[in-house]
Write a protein that binds this ligand. Structure first.
Ligand code: NAD
Ligand code: ZN
Length: 366
């Protein structure tokens, strides 16, 4: 097991990464579950796969689990589920010092974290991420949110968990497509500022995706540490440092919007292709060699993620994709800061990018 200490603005917590943590949930919580009753929010898929294991660990240690089993999928991050889950927690008489357990992917983590942020003006919660994406990204860093009709993640709070337990065994029941989508966020940490880690991904990524547990532990622990470092430097996304985590996300968001945030393109798949586009656009601007952009595309394609925009077969033009970008939360006083690359591991925030130029570039890629 790897233990990564996270310290964000003087609030330390641990991220534990290893196999078999769900079966030993209570010992790993190390005294944080101070009452007999323990509220757990999850979704139906995760409950079907891991509910018994978690239930047994709680009961064997004298706890009474109270389950809230929500429908899987993005729709669960809604005002309605927020209200219903907060009311449910109130009915359980959860107090500020109590911990709520979020057992699931990013949907469950984001919703439960937001419930914890607003319940009694902030109570505690433990993230138990069960997707690769939530283990390497959403469970660490304290962003919580729900979606509204105006867009994704537009209402939320910064609220750090007290503990994150990333059980690699949970990935055994995760559909391969979801696993690969999470892998896109792993590669992202290499491309942002760690060329050595990109090289590691290049050598080991396929084996890691195929199931090698030692490689999985290394990839998750390294990614968590990378995210924790960046968030610690810029908890509230004010200095631009945290924005680095959005590499590939501006292009990716446009692709998700164009495909209606549907199953056609998962978030991680959109980010994978978005990173290829960011690399190719950077190369076209002369910021880095096209051979480096090709290297990024080659690795992403080799593991089985989408690496070519034309292969998606979208029925739109570059201007339409750029129009989606204008609704991006990162729009700031009429300009959209773009993450570009001066090389692999050399991502920077560029505020001078012309959206007409981006549209023109995308026309050539479609
Ligand atoms: P998800 O939570 O929807 O999970 C994906 C699917 O896998 C679901 O169908 C789920 O039921 C299933 N699943 C989860 N764990 C499983 C397991 N172990 N075995 C079998 N099935 C399992 O999706 P996700 O990709 O984990 O998270 C996406 C969400 O995370 C989005 O809402 C996104 O906005 C959010 N997010 C938040 C942050 C943040 O910093 N807070 C960062 C990135 C993404
Ligand atoms: Zn992402």
């Amino acid at each position: 097991m790897a233990v990564i200490p996270v310290n964000i603005a003087g609030r330390p917590y641990e991220v534990r990464v290893g196999a078999g943590l769900l079966a030993e949930l209570v010992p790993h919580c190390r005294g944080k579950l101070r009452k007999r009753d323990v509220p757990i929010v999850t979704d139906a898929n995760v409950h079907a796969a891991w509910g018994d294991v978690v239930e047994a660990s709680l009961r064997d240690n004298g706890h009474e689990p109270h389950w809230r089993i929500l429908p899987p999928g993005e729709h669960t991050k809604s005002w309605d589920e927020l209200a219903a889950t907060v009311n449910w927690l109130l009915s359980l008489e959860v107090e500020r010092g109590d911990h709520i357990i979020a057992l699931g992917g990013g949907v469950i983590g984001d919703l439960t974290g937001f419930c914890a942020a607003v319940l009694k003006r902030g109570c505690k919660f433990i993230q138990v991420p069960t997707t690769l994406l939530s283990q390497v990204d959403s469970s660490v860093g304290g962003k919580t949110a729900i979606n509204t009709p105006a867009g994704k993640n537009l209402v939320g709070a910064f609220h750090q968990p007290s503990l994150v337990l990333a059980d690699l065994s949970a990935l055994e029941t995760l559909p391969t497509r979801e696993l690969l989508a999470g892998y896109a966020e792993v590669v992202k940490y290499g491309l942002i500022n760690d060329a050595d880690f990109f090289a590691w991904c290049d050598t080991n990524g396929a084996k890691m995706v195929a199931g090698d547990s030692a490689l999985r532990e290394y990839a998750v622990a390294h990614s968590v540490a990378a995210k924790a470092r960046i968030v610690a430097e810029d908890e509230f996304e004010t200095t631009g440092r945290r924005a680095l985590l959005n590499l590939g996300h501006t292009f990716g968001h446009a692709l998700e919007a164009e495909t209606g945030f549907s199953n056609r393109l998962l978030h991680g798949e959109a980010v994978a292709l978005g990173m290829v586009l960011a690399a190719r656009y950077s190369a076209r601007k002369g910021l880095m060699p096209m051979a480096s952009a090709d290297h990024v595309a080659q690795h992403i394609g080799e593991v089985g993620l989408p690496a070519s925009l034309s292969a998606l077969g979208l029925d739109c033009n570059g201007a339409a994709l750029v129009k989606h970008m204008l609704h991006d939360k990162k729009m700031d006083a009429g300009t959209l800061p773009f993450l570009l690359m001066k090389g692999i591991g050399k991502t920077y925030l560029d505020k001078q990018v012309s959206l007409e130029d981006v549209a023109d570039f995308l026309d050539g890629e479609l």
